[in-house]
Design a protein around this ligand. Structure first.
Ligand code: ZN
Length: 380
């Protein structure tokens, strides 16, 4: 008898559950120069549909409800999104996004991971007008480049602020986000480098948005960069680990536990860029492996790493005295010296404080700059 009662309860509970609406937990928007990314946290089996005309994108969800605490996050505006409206009927929720520019839409879904517990729907509104603009700038830049190069041989340094947008990077004990610290240091480094008329620094990203790892490399190639520096902050479980480290590329990867963990987390980040970048990756690797100047590049990267580490050691603790090797996708820039700087441990509250302090960020940037100069001096 007891068995039958519990079975009946179970069946009823099951019915009640299936009649329940699926939740849309949160909404985030990221504005990049060429696109606006909309991220919606949803349940695994939430049914959605995306349609568009030339003015609006409609994202509809079946049997869904929006959490009241995140409701206001829906309404976002940037230079592309004029407004967002929400329409509900008994069965569906429709997000109607009014777009100001010529655009196309792409979308993909992401599964939960260590940082995000929800399934996510990512909708990219790709700005077709900005691409025309970027192309125009590039062609005028090309003309200028030819003019400049006859006047002076400027060395172009690509400064990459790690992570961005949906990918926060490591989070400090006091909730600082690595992506913001990286960007602040990268911007300061660019400003310092650009005071030197022999050098020109270019950022991979200048705001809070995500760029796929392989795209960061193609930016370096497009800009004719002769050096690639990626800025990051370290993080481990322990809150006492401290100091700067520098990584150069090793095709085999590294045996040490920390570098293995790092490799995994750094390279994993690429999933934020969507499915296509992961597929692109293999062809990219093949190209690199056939790159004959690799050995020379590895040597130059190591020299550059030593110089920067030496300078960082003068202003603060160093985690490992020698540059480390790891297999980071972002360091696979063929034929130019490339290093990844872990400026300090954001997981250590004292170091986190330092990383978020503007004066200290400038100090770190100045040390990296001095390292770059020392490297160039020894090349002469
Ligand atoms: Zn990082």
């Amino acid at each position: 008898m007891r068995y039958w009662i519990s079975l009946i309860i179970f069946v009823f509970a099951g019915c009640a559950f299936s009649a329940e609406k699926t939740s849309l937990y949160d909404f985030r928007y990221w504005t990049a120069p060429n696109q606006t990314r909309i991220v919606i946290d949803k349940e695994e089996d939430t049914l959605f549909n995306i349609t568009n005309t030339d003015k609006v994108v409609i994202i509809s969800f079946d049997d869904a409800e929006v959490l009241s605490k995140t409701f206001s996050n829906i309404f976002f505006k940037d230079n592309r999104i004029q407004k967002v409206l929400i329409k509900r009927d008994k069965r569906t929720i429709k997000l109607i996004v009014y777009i100001n520019k010529n655009f196309k839409v792409k979308h993909f879904t992401l599964e939960p991971n260590a940082k995000y517990k929800f399934h996510r729907l990512v909708v990219d509104i790709i700005d077709l007008e900005s691409q025309v603009k970027i192309q125009k700038i590039e062609t005028t830049k090309d003309i200028k480049k030819v003019k400049n190069s006859t006047q002076k041989d400027q060395k172009i340094i690509l400064v990459d602020a790690g992570h961005g947008g949906e990918d926060s990077g490591a989070i400090g004990k006091n909730k600082s986000q690595e992506k913001s610290v990286n960007l602040a240091i990268a911007k300061k480094l660019v400003a310092i480098i650009n005071k030197n008329s022999d050098l020109k620094a270019v950022l991979t990203r200048s705001g809070d948005y995500y760029i796929p790892l392989t795209k960061r490399i193609t930016i370096a190639q497009k800009e004719n960069a002769t050096m690639f520096i990626s800025i990051h902050a370290d993080s481990v479980e322990s809150s006492t680990a401290k100091g700067a480290s520098i990584y150069t590329l090793s095709e085999k990867g590294n045996n040490s536990k920390l570098s293995q963990q790092l490799e995994k987390s750094q390279n994993l980040v690429d999933q934020f860029g969507g499915v296509e970048t992961v597929i692109d990756n293999d062809q990219f690797l093949k190209n690199i492996l056939s790159d004959f100047s690799r050995k020379d590049r590895d040597m130059q990267s190591l020299n550059l790493a030593k110089e920067i580490l030496n300078e960082l050691g003068k202003i603060g603790p160093v985690h490992k005295k020698e540059p480390q090797k790891a297999n980071f996708v972002v360091l696979k820039t063929p034929s130019i010296p490339s290093v990844l700087v872990e400026t300090a441990f954001i997981s250590n509250p004292t170091q986190e404080k330092r990383l978020t302090n503007s004066k200290q960020q400038k100090k770190i940037a100045e040390s990296i700059y001095k390292g770059i100069l020392n490297y160039y001096k020894k090349l002469e």
